[in-house]
Each structure stands twice: as structure tokens, then as C-alpha cells.
Write a protein that binds this ligand. Structure first.
Ligand SMILES: O=C(CO)COP(=O)(O)O
Length: 253
């Protein structure tokens, strides 16, 4: 089976003390991860080492940065390189979240560069894609999201592509409480898999985990994750509550 992943995206929330309490609460809430199931925590930069320390020795867990820079070192004040992340044992980097695309003008082209540096350092990119409401209303979402994959990922070899996790997050469902229906999620995930298959072949496409994000909660995770092409979720608001995120982890296939 493909890797099934419950990824928490804490975004720019929590103080250090609150973050420590949350990760401790999650660890102490009984749950199990089977061989193909992973729990990943995308936390603010200042908390990466603390969360990594807490998760040390816990099988199938990982820590993710929420961004990184395109360069590996140098005079880029305020930026964080993937080499720095690697040196503190961060295993994943979320790339191209819609909030970064919107507020920090991250383009598909820039994200292709970020994908390269992350893979180059041996870390796993969690590549985000997704359409705005206007695009969904115009009915052009399949073409739009497919194009995000093409422009940022299709320069990769099949071996490198297989290292990428994709997260489909329709912007209209993020933080709105209005999740995509499980049918809408399945339809887009199947479409993205067909786009990958057209370029790389079905065997490669079938190995790639595609997560859904956008108002995933403890109460709806099981139904969404139960769709055949949905391999878990990238979770914002509901990942800030220990019991709810544990319920989401336990909803993985
Ligand atoms: O943006 C998201 C995760 O990256 C989704 O956020 P919400 O789960 O709060 O809708």
C-alpha cells in the first residue's frame, strides 16, 4: 500500500509552551501507527528541534518545516536553508502552501527550485496544490491543478518524483469549515494521479501519496481518507487539538 500520512500544519500558531503541551498531549494520547501509516508535524521553525526531540524513537513519525529557501547558504537574511533543516534532523518540507503562494508570491517556477533543493538534501517535499473558488466555479480546476504539478514537478526523474508527497488543498476549503465532499476529493485525486500516470506511467503514479487538505476534522477524516485515491490529509485547525488530531491519525487507512 502507498504511504498513508496524517500531516499536521500548525501554521503560525502557538507559543513555545503551547506547542510543547500539544505535542506532549498527542504523544500521550494512545494511538497506533501501522507499517504504512505516518504522522508528520509541520511546525514553526523555532519549535522544530523541540518537536523532533519529543518524537525521537517514535516509529513512523516525522517533523516538517513549513517552507525553506531556494539557496543552500549565503547572504539571504531571514531565510532558512534546507541544509540547516537537515542538520537538525527535519525530514520533510511543506512547499507551495496556498498561503505562501498568495502572501509571498511563490510561483510554480520558484517551487520547482525548492523541490530540487529539498530532494537534493535527501528530504521529502510535501508539495501543495489547489484551486481558488473562482477556478472551481469556472469548472477549470482539473486543468489548473494539473498544471501546478506539471510546472513544479515534471522536470523530475521518475525516481525523484516517487519521493514527493502531494497535498491537494482546495483554497475554498481551507480554514472555512467547508470541506470538499469526499467525492470532490476523490475526483481531483484520481485526476492528479492520471496526470502523473500520463507522464510517468501508472506504476509510478500509483506509488505517490496524495493527501487532501481543507477543513479535515476528526469527524470527517475517516470518510475522506477512505476514498481510494486519498492517502491521508494535511490538517490545519484540527491539528491544534491533541485528541482531535489523534482521531485523525486513527482515521488513516
Ligand atoms: O491549510 C491547511 C493545511 O495545510 C488546511 O487548513 P484547515 O484544516 O484549517 O482548513
Amino acid at each position: 500500500m502507498r504511504k498513508q500520512v496524517a500531516a499536521a500544519n500548525w501554521k503560525m500558531n502557538l507559543t513555545y509552551q503551547q506547542a510543547e503541551e500539544l505535542i506532549t498531549g498527542i504523544i500521550n494520547t494512545p494511538h497506533e501507527l501501522s507499517a504504512d501509516q505516518y504522522a508528520v508535524f509541520a511546525v514553526p521553525f523555532p519549535y522544530l528541534t523541540m518537536v523532533a526531540d519529543k518524537l525521537k524513537g517514535k516509529a513512523n513519525t516525522g517533523v516538517a518545516a513549513q517552507n525553506c529557501y531556494t539557496k543552500t547558504s549565503g547572504a539571504y537574511t531571514g531565510e532558512t536553508s534546507v541544509e540547516m533543516l537537515k542538520s537538525i534532523e527535519v525530514g520533510y518540507v511543506v512547499l507551495g502552501h496556498s498561503e505562501r503562494r498568495e502572501y509571498f508570491n511563490e510561483s510554480n517556477e520558484m517551487l520547482a527550485e525548492k523541490v530540487n533543493v529539498v530532494l537534493g538534501a535527501g528530504l521529502t517535499p510535501i508539495f501543495c496544490c489547489g484551486e481558488a473558488l473562482s477556478i472551481r466555479e469556472a469548472g477549470t480546476q482539473n486543468e489548473y491543478v494539473g498544471n501546478q504539478l506539471k510546472e513544479s514537478l515534471f522536470h523530475l526523474s521518475a525516481d525523484d518524483l516517487k519521493k514527493v508527497i502531494i497535498a491537494y488543498e482546495p483554497i475554498w476549503a481551507i480554514g472555512t469549515g467547508k470541506t470538499a465532499t469526499s467525492e470532490q476529493a476523490q475526483e481531483m485525486h484520481a485526476h492528479l494521479r492520471s496526470v502523473l500516470a500520463a507522464q510517468y506511467g501508472t506504476d509510478v503514479a500509483n506509488e505517490i501519496s496524495i493527501l487532501y487538505g481543507g477543513s479535515v476534522k476528526g469527524s470527517n477524516a475517516k470518510e475522506i481518507f477512505g476514498q481510494p485515491d486519498v492517502d491521508g490529509g494535511l490538517v490545519g485547525g484540527a491539528s491544534l487539538k491533541a485528541d482531535e488530531f489523534v482521531q485523525i491519525i486513527q482515521s488513516l487507512k
